[in-house]
Design a protein. Structure first.
Length: 450
């Protein structure tokens, strides 16, 4: 059998192909039923190559260590029963990419998928998964060009063309093309009103330009399309809260936090918890009263019992511990990652998370602890050498801005006025309408006047 773009689907009968296309559609729209639909593919065709590949990717995309371990066990069992030589060349490349990622090598997996997309540019799964890998590794140029390089091979009438535009818009934004990102993102959402990744790309473009009121109006106008029923709704609520924060309405920020970002009914997924930590941390930096929300968030991180899997998550766990005044928990996590790095070095282990943790994750975690202990000069010393390399451990500009603000606040509070002036001058000329930057500049001016 083949999929609708004539790609071979080895050991996959017609009903399973239909279910695979349905699951792929759900993945692109971030719908919650994608896991059940992917499992249904294998119920119908247990040896389906692309069914197993899709299941492996789903176990990895959430950056959840336990899900990835389960996916690895299932995929290893599949590879023992189905010789890779039996598969189509495109499927073999998917198997290699999934295997590399399951082994911890995100960058190699991304390279394999890039080669696959050159040969098969209408493989939407390869493009979507590669796009997320570029996001997880902070590669803005590939985030843009992986999709841009394939778009010309797609018919604009294809049902998934608009969804690729949404991905492309996000890549454009992360690469600094804000006006084009906005235009492409708006067009994508006009094609598919519930393209939550496209909506997300547009709000990123507004965020990076300091157009907070525009962002609020855009999200308000489309609330029914993005605010529930998808895996990205918490993250888009986080964006909404960032906009509100910049307009000075802290009570509204906390109301959004309680209703949508983190509450008793939250699933405890890493990607949702890191949004919660990042939001509260921004309030922590400006000494806002968060009303006792930190302890519950720190408990949620502690219940996860995460090992060393993705340094970006570790940093946000440490934010929660520091915010809750649980320095011992933060330091325990740091010691655990230090020991993990020593074991990895002794055993010759590789994987993307090794340099991410060693070069970015651990220094940032130590800086957050230093900030919480009011050792602001130490926080500056740790963060300043990293400020132009933070992207190498993943995330978006908007997410990593919490760390850039931590550096600004540390410089201000340490009395490093020349550094603070330079950092703020950079920021205010990029986003002249950012209230945080203006307030920080006013504080710097007041301090230097004294």
């Amino acid at each position: 059998m083949t999929d609708r773009h004539a790609h071979a689907m080895t050991y996959t009968d017609a009903d399973a192909v239909r279910l695979y296309e349905q699951a792929l559609d759900s993945l692109l729209f971030f719908r919650g039923d994608v896991a059940a639909e992917a499992a249904a593919v294998l119920d119908v065709s247990p040896r389906s190559a692309m069914g197993h590949v899709l299941g492996a990717y789903l176990g990895l995309l959430g950056t959840e260590e336990k899900d990835a371990a389960e996916a690895a066990a299932a995929f290893d069992a599949y590879r023992r029963t189905v010789p890779v030589a039996d598969l189509d060349p495109r499927e073999r490349m998917h198997v290699e990419a999934a295997s590399r990622w399951l082994d911890g090598d995100m960058r190699h997996a991304g390279r394999v998928l890039a080669e696959l997309a050159m040969a098969y540019p209408r493989d939407a799964l390869a493009l979507a998964v590669g796009h997320q890998l570029d996001f997880f590794t902070g590669d803005a140029a590939l985030l843009r060009d992986r999709i841009g390089g394939a778009l010309s091979s797609w018919d604009a009438d294809d049902p998934h063309y608009g969804l690729l535009q949404g991905m492309y818009a996000f890549g454009l934004e992360e690469a600094g093309h804000y006006t084009l990102a906005e235009r492409v993102g708006l067009e994508a959402v006009e094609r598919n009103a519930r393209d939550v990744w496209g909506i997300h790309a547009v709000v990123h473009a507004y965020e990076m330009q300091g157009r907070y009121e525009d962002g609020i109006r855009y999200l308000d106008a489309r609330t029914d399309d993005w605010s529930s029923g998808n895996y990205l709704n918490v993250h888009n609520w986080w964006h909404y809260a960032l906009y509100v924060m910049e307009t000075g309405r802290v009570e509204k920020v906390l109301a959004v936090y309680d209703a949508a970002v983190h509450h008793e009914g939250s699933a405890g997924a890493a990607m949702e918890l890191l949004d919660a930590a990042s939001l509260l941390w921004r309030l922590y930096l400006t000494d806002e009263d968060t009303g006792g929300r930190w302890p519950a968030l720190a408990d949620a991180w502690a219940r996860r019992c995460d090992g060393a899997y993705y340094a970006f998550n570790d940093v946000h766990a440490v934010m929660a511990y520091v915010g809750a005044d649980r320095t011992a928990d933060a330091e325990r996590l740091i010691r655990d990652r230090e020991a993990w790095l020593r074991d990895a070095a002794a055993g010759g282990a590789g994987g993307s998370n090794v340099p991410m943790t060693a070069e970015i994750g651990l220094p940032v975690c130590r800086a957050l602890v230093a900030y919480g202990q009011r050792r602001y000069a130490d926080a500056v010393a740790l963060l300043l050498p990293l400020r132009r390399r933070l992207h190498t451990f993943g995330g978006s500009h908007a997410q990593r801005d919490a760390l850039q603000k931590t550096l600004v606040e540390s410089a201000l509070r340490a009395g490093h006025h020349d550094l603070a002036r330079t950092l703020l001058s950079e920021r205010v000329h990029l986003r002249p309408r950012c209230p945080y930057d203006g307030n920080a500049w006013a504080r710097l001016t007041a301090r230097t006047a004294r």
